[in-house]
Ligand binder design. Structure first.
Ligand SMILES: Nc1ncnc2c1ncn2[C@@H]1O[C@H](COP(=O)(O)OP(=O)(O)OP(=O)(O)O)[C@@H](O)[C@H]1O
Ligand SMILES: [Mg+2]
Length: 246
């Protein structure tokens, strides 16, 4: 599989804090890659930099062979990079349909009204909220807001989708449904980087896993291997207390 995204020695400092510290990895086209790590590891910061909403302090980002290191957010979207936000950010006073229409219209001013309506309904059907199309976004449940967040990004027709904790706060049943949706999105040709704290979700969905800890890349590899990696276990659960000496 071809390389879609390359991250080279990427760093981000917030005053004295190294949120990202010389991170390097590659994402191959067509995969669902899990990005895991404890709170504050730098996962969301990494997404913000790839999507262009924050500049890195140093390092390089290459997307489809082109330098995207300090790309503007609108250029990133036009090139096919879209992100969901950890806390969904819909336009609350607009309807579900209008929220998705914003994503579809972005950069396609010449598209006819019929095509737009068809496109909006296709996205809403894919994520499973078509019956809610005329409700204001403010009326949605947490689970449906997460689906709308996904729909808004899918409407921009991404090649690379950055999903930030789309299952947080959902029931097991809602989570399984969203995971099925991510697999369908991947099968339709979108590469996904998926931030998630639930390791079962990562194991059942991802082809490859990258682990961050305190801004550094701790490990990467197949999900089953990462699950048993002592350094990964220690980062998540903490070191075993030593037995008291007799
Ligand atoms: N704008 C900012 N200004 C200062 N510090 C920031 C800023 N954004 C993030 N940080 C810090 O950078 C570090 C990484 O934060 P980030 O949100 O990327 O972590 P995360 O891995 O997404 O965590 P979580 O799992 O809790 O969402 C944290 O210590 C955080 O407090
Ligand atoms: Mg985060």
């Amino acid at each position: 599989m071809a390389t879609l995204l390359t991250i080279e020695e990427l760093s981000k400092r917030f005053s004295g804090l190294a949120a990202l510290d010389h991170i390097s990895f590659e994402i191959r086209e067509g995969e669902i890659v899990g990005l895991i790590g404890p709170n504050g590891a730098g996962k969301t910061t990494l997404f913000s930099i790839i999507a262009g909403s924050q500049p890195p302090t140093s390092g390089k980002i290459v997307f489809e062979g082109r330098d995207f290191t300090r790309v503007k957010p609108y250029r990133a979207v036009h090139a096919g990079i879209a992100r969901t936000h950890q806390i969904p950010q819909p336009f609350l006073s607009m309807t579900v349909r209008e929220n998705v229409e914003v994503g579809l219209r972005f950069g396609r001013a010449r598209e006819g009204a019929q095509e737009l309506i068809k496109g909006v309904m296709q996205v809403l059907e894919l994520v499973g909220i078509a019956p809610l199309a005329e409700l204001p976004a403010a009326a949605l449940s947490v689970g449906d807001l997460k689906r709308l967040e996904l729909a808004r990004t899918l409407a921009t027709r991404p090649r690379l989708l950055l999903c930030d904790e789309v299952c947080a706060g959902l029931t097991e049943c809602e989570m399984q449904s969203i995971l099925g949706l991510l697999r369908r999105i991947q099968a339709l040709g979108t590469t996904i980087i998926y931030v998630e704290h639930n390791l079962r979700a990562i194991l059942s969905t991802c082809h490859h896993v990258i682990v961050l800890n305190f801004g550094k890349k701790l490990a990467e590899g197949p999900p089953e291997k990462m699950q048993n990696d002592p350094a990964v276990i220690e980062a998540y659960i903490g070191k075993k207390a030593e037995a008291p000496r007799p």
